[in-house]
Design a binder for this molecule. Structure first.
Ligand code: NAD
Ligand code: MG
Length: 333
């Protein structure tokens, strides 16, 4: 499959969670990769230590056939308008890992460019780790603008270079990727899961139970359940838990996550679809993140974090960096 795909010269702009993983995987898949970063920025030394040629974003994109925009979403509009649009080659490919800026009209790409999306369904560290062990993270891709007639081929070549073809590659649209990605992280993955855990912890501690026991019960054990979901869906979990746990799941799960929760999930989705969420997020970012910082601090100050820190210190294997292959040695050290 990959043999018929194009081999563009790639500039990766941004070297954070996704940028580093993409640049390393693409280089090992045989692509010519240069990294674009602001001089003196926080990740410049990392990219250099990984052996990349690092240029300013303007210089990096000048002779690239494909530019991957892997900076935080909120800086992409300014970066595109001030640096990418004036410097990218005619007919080049502009690639995003999340459709937010294009879908909500904050970036209006030049008419001569191909504009595509390749979004791995996992954080950067996993995109890298799976590639290193010969596997891949599923990728979804989309075409927004196809000037060359080959935009889809470019997206597929990039997704294959990330290792996504080893897992699965699914075609989507900028609208579907943007809206489902935002919904997933807000309602279920990040927002939903962390709020569920905090509420469960508070319920037990307020009822007088030890915080240590509450931590193991509602946070630590969640990993075991999620691993079963990942391997074999909810069916696999049911196969592994006791009859008592299953009965409790059936009678109490829908009491906690009831129709009112689903109705509020639909409200969250509506706010995403009609642009309210993005409008509020842009305003918060432009105001200097006052609420964002307050909420982030509140999460960090929650009682579950203190007890978690103490309990995790006893699980020495957790201290090894999970994305390093030699974790056993590190854990023993
Ligand atoms: P990040 O915050 O981890 O890294 C950002 C990088 O961009 C850093 O190297 C930073 O120094 C650099 N940067 C910041 N401002 C810059 C500027 N003005 N000019 C040049 N470089 C600049 O970002 P991330 O989480 O990897 O997100 C990148 C993109 O990937 C986003 O569109 C995000 O939505 C998408 N995405 C992220 C994940 C994830 O798991 N983190 C998953 C899928 C998609
Ligand atoms: Mg996501």
């Amino acid at each position: 499959m990959t043999s018929n795909l194009p081999q563009p010269k790639i500039a990766v702009v941004g070297y954070g969670s996704q940028g580093r993983a993409h640049a390393l995987n693409l280089r090992e898949s045989g692509f010519d990769v240069v990294v674009g970063l602001r001089a003196g920025g926080p990740t410049e030394s990392k990219a250099k230590a990984d052996g990349f040629v690092v240029k300013s974003p303007a210089d990096a994109v000048k002779d690239a056939d494909l530019v991957a925009v892997l900076t935080p979403d909120m800086v992409q509009k300014k970066l595109y308008n001030e640096v990418l649009a004036p410097n990218m080659k005619q007919g080049a490919v502009l690639l995003f890992a999340h459709g937010l800026n294009v879908h909500f009209g904050m970036i209006e790409p030049r008419a001569d460019l191909d504009v595509v999306l390749v979004a791995p369904k996992g954080p950067g560290a996993l995109v890298r780790r799976e590639y290193e062990i010969g596997r891949g993270v599923p990728c979804i891709y989309a075409v927004y603008q196809d000037k060359s007639g080959k935009a889809e081929q470019y997206a597929l070549a990039y997704a294959a270079g990330l290792g996504g073809a080893r897992a699965n590659i699914i075609k989507t649209t900028f609208k579907e990727e943007t809206e489902t990605d935002l919904f997933g992280e807000q309602a279920v993955l990040c927002g939903g899961a962390s709020s569920l855990v905090q509420a469960g912890f508070e319920t037990l501690v307020e009822a007088g139970y030890q915080p240590e026991i509450a931590y193991y019960e509602v946070l630590h054990e969640l990993k075991l359940i999620v691993d079963l979901f990942y391997e074999g869906g909810i069916t696999r979990m049911l196969e592994f838990i006791s009859e008592t746990a299953q009965y409790g799941d059936f009678v109490s799960g829908p009491r906690v996550i009831d129709a009112s929760v689903k109705a509020r999930m639909k409200d969250v989705l509506t706010d995403i679809q009609n642009g309210t969420f993005t409008k509020n997020w842009v305003a918060e970012y432009e105001a200097g993140l006052p609420n964002y910082k307050k909420w982030q601090q509140a999460d960090k100050d929650h009682a579950i974090e203190k007890v978690g820190q103490q309990l995790r210190a006893k699980m020495v294997w957790l201290q090894a960096n999970a994305s390093q292959p030699d974790t056993d040695e590190q854990a023993a050290a």
